[in-house]
Ligand binder design. Structure first.
Ligand code: PPS
Length: 289
């Protein structure tokens, strides 16, 4: 199923038709969560793959067999993608699920569930840069044009997957109604061990120091970027052309400084201030970088 040129519009948001249909999006909205499900919720490019890997390693107590043999999208499939039904996990442990959907879309399914949600945030300037480069290699996303053109659509919220601002405000604005832990990309970069410990506590998974060490080592950017089960090199170039750039691109904090002009920074900051008025306290931690 290629559908590389198709865009599905669902609840006013554009989604790539290569990965989504109206039916798959509708099914996600009414997904039957189980109480022990663990859901990774992210705006694209915020650290989704990193969290999928960490979660896999936490539940395998640092043993990297699963992480080395099963692709990330099978270990923690996206709820809203067409591939979900084919790759539902069976077996004893909790199901790991991933979503890029906005909270409002998943609300009907999540509101009465005890599923645990891990929400990963990242400095939206770095998200915009990472998403821009991803658009250049992902043949199922529109041509981003210049960085200036892409940034304009990012700030308007008309990019695929919708507005970053709405995504963050939607999920974090409802965190008290959910079993939700917010983790920032920046904190994971600064103190991965501490972030893993926080996750283990939230998930109720006690860990020996040696196990923590193994997880930390495996989830380091240099290790993960070489893993074909996490770096998407098994996806054909007609779909993801990694000759033009890598999925595991840089994995750093603050790359936006190499891309933004001072005018773009000012414009971004003004829109950020307006959009995030009163909600700046929500787990947005990149000021400490
Ligand atoms: S996606 O397509 O939404 O699933 O992308 P996502 O995984 O959310 O984000 C991809 C960016 O995360 C970086 N990444 C990492 N950074 C640090 N450490 C580790 N282990 C790691 N794994 C993935 C990846 O390089 C993308 O960021 P950029 O800035 O483009 O390098």
């Amino acid at each position: 199923m290629a559908r590389l040129e198709v865009t599905e519009i669902f609840c006013g948001i554009n989604f790539p038709g290569h990965l989504h249909t109206q039916e798959s999006l509708h099914s996600a909205q009414y997904f039957g969560f189980q109480n022990n499900d663990i859901v990774i919720a992210t705006y694209p490019k915020s650290g989704t793959t990193w969290m999928q890997e960490i979660l896999t390693l936490i539940y395998s107590k640092g043993d990297d067999l699963l992480a080395k043999t099963i692709p990330n999208w099978e270990r923690a499939p996206w709820l809203e993608q067409i591939y979900l039904r084919d790759i539902q996990r069976d077996g004893g442990g909790p199901r790991f699920l991933t979503t890029h959907l906005q909270y409002d879309i998943l609300k009907p399914a999540l509101k009465n569930s005890q599923a645990k949600v891990i929400y990963v945030t990242r400095n939206p300037k770095d998200v915009a840069v990472s998403f821009y480069h991803f658009h250049k290699i992902a043949k199922f996303l529109p041509d981003p044009g210049t960085f200036e053109e892409f940034l304009t659509t990012f700030l308007e919220g008309t990019v695929h997957y919708g507005s970053w601002f709405d995504h963050v405000k939607g999920w974090l604005g409802h965190k008290d109604e959910l079993k939700l832990l917010c983790v920032s990309y920046e904190n994971m970069k600064k103190d991965l061990r501490g972030a893993i410990k926080g996750l283990c506590k939230f998930l109720g998974c006690p860990m020996y120091p040696k196990e923590l060490e193994d997880i930390e080592r495996h989830c380091d950017f240099s290790t993960m970027s070489k893993s074909s089960m996490a770096n998407y090199t098994t996806v054909p170039p007609e779909i993801l052309d990694q000759n033009q750039g890598k999925f595991m691109r840089k994995g750093i904090v603050g790359d936006w400084k190499e891309h933004f002009t001072s005018e773009q920074t000012t414009r971004f900051d003004e829109i950020f201030k307006k959009e995030m008025q009163g909600v700046r306290h929500l787990c947005l931690e990149w000021d400490q970088e």
